[in-house]
Design a binder for this molecule. Structure first.
Ligand code: C5P
Length: 222
């Protein structure tokens, strides 16, 4: 079987999570959703009543929170201080605040340490996020940067949420743009492809085609 590290980075709405999960299952690898960790940290911040833009207060809350994520591709386990937040982390309130929380350097250091420890425990792993190939696992065997045209990403996210209204789709597109700008322009670990990443554009591909490509690149990297 496959033994190695696959990093999957890219902006929101590229189908990254569903591709990463399916690829991990096909490779018999563990799966780590680092976005779920930043979202869980955001739950802790919101529950503490702290302003997500107040970096110092955010760092203090997250330092005291126990964030747990599972590494199995077929079950979503996300807990904050023992409480299951798997559903809540996908809500609009968390999605609005997560980019501010994840821009705080102390939060990133804490979660990156945790991510590296989880990866070390696995022989084979698919890790998805924004800075995995650049910062978290710069020595990974297989680095992939997944992109798609902005309209395709908004459509995909809308379909996922069951939204058909044109104005609502436009609002989703605006939110994706806002998050991508925030994530790409932050000082600490901005979203960008690693110099040695393979860029895969999923605009004209269906999910299975992207999964095939990821699995192929993983095998070729060994
Ligand atoms: O991937 P997902 O959309 O769940 O990520 C949510 C947010 O978490 C991103 O918009 C980004 O702000 C942050 N994130 C990050 N670094 C990662 C993964 C996610 O900053 N490795």
């Amino acid at each position: 079987g496959f033994r190695g590290q696959v990093t999957l980075d890219g902006p929101s709405g590229t189908g990254k999570s569903s591709v990463a999960r399916a690829a991990a299952a096909r490779l018999g690898a563990a799966y780590l959703d680092t976005g779920a960790m930043y979202r869980a940290a955001t739950v802790a911040v919101l529950d503490a009543g702290v302003d997500p833009e107040d970096a110092e207060a955010v760092a203090a809350v997250v330092a005291g929170a126990r964030i747990e994520v599972g590494t199995a591709a077929d079950v979503e386990l996300v807990r904050v201080d023992g409480v299951d937040v798997a559903v809540r982390i996908r809500g609009a309130e968390v999605t609005r605040a997560v980019s501010a929380v994840s821009a705080v350097p102390a939060v990133r250091r804490q979660l990156v340490d945790q991510q590296r420890a989880l990866v070390e425990a696995a022989d084979a792993v698919v890790v998805e996020g924004r800075d995995i190939g650049t910062v978290v696992l710069p020595g990974a065997t297989c680095k992939i940067y997944l992109t798609a045209a902005p309209e395709a990403r908004a459509q995909r996210r809308a379909a996922q949420l069951g939204v058909r209204d044109v104005a609502e789709i436009a609002a989703i597109a605006a939110d994706l743009r806002r998050r991508d700008t925030y994530d790409s322009s932050r000082a600490d670990s901005p979203l960008r492809p690693a110099a040695d990443a393979v860029v895969v554009d999923s605009t004209a591909l269906d999910r299975d085609q992207v999964v095939d490509r990821v699995v192929e690149l993983a095998h070729e990297s060994l």
